[in-house]
Design a protein around this ligand. Structure first.
Ligand SMILES: NC(=O)c1ccc[n+]([C@@H]2O[C@H](COP(=O)([O-])OP(=O)(O)OC[C@H]3O[C@@H](n4cnc5c(N)ncnc54)[C@H](O)[C@@H]3O)[C@@H](O)[C@H]2O)c1
Length: 259
C-alpha cells in the first residue's frame, strides 16, 4: 500500500518549472514538489527572494535553481527555456503561477495598469507555455496554470485581474485540447484568498485596514484563509499521476468560499 501511494504521488526524476516561485504560492509549491522528488527551476523577477527560496530547498536536500526571468518579455523567456533544455533536456511539470493585481474598476484603471496585470497573468502564461511546452512533447507532462476564484466569477474593483484570470482558464482549456495528443495535461488551479504578499497588497490598495481585510477574507465555510501550502498540495495533485486522466479543468481551492 505504501509503495502504491508513493508511486502515484512521487515526482522522482521529474523536472518542474515554477513561475513566480520566489514567494507565496509559488515558493510553497517549489518546496512541496521538491519534497515529492522533483528538481525545480524557479523563474521570477525577485532575485533575492528567489535565490533564498532555492537555497533553502537545497539546504533541505532538494534540487532547486533560481533563474531571473520577467515572463512578460519573450527574449527572457526564450533564454530561460534554453537554460532548462541545456540543464535538464526535457521538462515534466510547468506551473504558470506568477501574477500581480491592481484593485481598480475600468474607469479608474490606467492603461499601463491594465497591461501590467494582463501581461503577467495571461501573456506570461502564453509566453512561458510557448517556449517550455516543446520540452514536454517527447515524454508528456503536466501544465498547471494559476487562475483564481475570479476566473469563475468576478469581484469588485478588480477589472483587469478578473479579465486576465478568466482568460487564463479558457487558455487552459484551449491548451488541453491542443496538447493532449502529446500526453500533456493542462489544468487550472483557482485559489481563493490565500495569505501572501499579493493578498495583503490588496488591503493597502483599497485603503483598508489589513487586519479587517484578512478577517473578511477568512469568512468562508471552512472559516479561514488559505495558506500557500493549501494551494501547493492541489498543484502537487495536478502534477502527479493521481490526476493522470484529468485535463482541461479547473480546481477551485477556496475553503468553500465560492459555494
Ligand atoms: N493570494 C491570493 O489570495 C490569490 C488568490 C487567487 C489567485 N492568486 C494567484 O496566485 C498566484 C501567486 O500569487 P501569490 O498570492 O503567491 O503572490 P506573491 O506576490 O507572493 O507571488 C507572486 C510572484 O510573482 C512574481 N512576479 C510578478 N511579476 C512577474 C513577472 N513579470 N515575471 C516573473 N515573476 C513575476 C513576483 O515577484 C512574486 O514572487 C498569482 O497568479 C495570483 O494571482 C492568489
Amino acid at each position: 500500500m505504501e509503495n502504491l501511494i508513493e508511486k502515484i504521488i512521487s515526482l522522482n526524476g521529474k523536472t518542474a518549472v515554477i513561475t513566480g516561485g520566489s514567494s507565496g504560492i509559488g515558493a510553497a509549491t517549489a518546496r512541496l514538489l521538491s519534497q515529492a522528488g522533483a528538481g525545480v527551476v524557479i523563474l521570477d523577477i525577485n532575485q533575492d527572494q528567489g535565490e533564498t527560496t532555492a537555497s533553502n530547498i537545497r539546504d533541505n536536500g532538494g534540487v532547486a535553481r533560481f533563474y531571473a526571468c520577467d515572463i512578460t518579455d519573450e527574449t527572457q523567456v526564450k533564454t530561460a527555456a534554453a537554460f532548462v533544455k541545456k540543464t535538464y533536456q526535457t521538462l515534466d511539470i510547468l506551473f504558470n503561477n506568477a501574477g500581480v493585481i491592481v484593485r481598480k474598476n475600468v474607469i479608474d484603471l490606467e492603461e499601463s495598469e491594465w497591461d501590467a496585470v494582463v501581461d503577467v497573468s495571461l501573456k506570461g502564461t502564453f509566453l512561458v507555455s510557448k517556449h517550455m511546452i516543446p520540452l514536454m512533447k517527447a515524454n508528456g507532462g503536466s501544465v498547471i496554470n494559476t487562475g483564481s476564484g475570479w476566473s469563475l466569477k468576478a469581484g469588485e474593483n478588480a477589472a483587469a485581474y478578473c479579465a486576465a484570470k478568466a482568460g487564463v482558464l479558457n487558455l487552459t482549456r484551449a491548451m488541453a485540447i491542443d496538447f493532449g495528443k502529446y500526453n500533456i495535461r493542462v489544468n487550472c488551479v483557482c485559489p481563493g484568498d490565500t495569505d501572501t504578499n499579493l493578498l495583503r497588497s490588496e488591503a493597502r490598495q483599497l485603503g483598508e485596514d489589513e487586519t479587517v481585510f484578512l478577517k473578511q477574507a477568512s469568512a468562508r465555510p471552512l472559516g479561514r484563509m488559505g495558506t500557500p501550502d493549501d494551494i501547493a498540495k492541489s498543484v502537487l495533485f495536478l502534477a502527479c499521476p493521481l490526476s493522470e486522466w484529468i485535463s482541461g479543468t479547473s480546481l477551485l481551492v477556496d475553503g468553500g468560499g465560492l459555494a
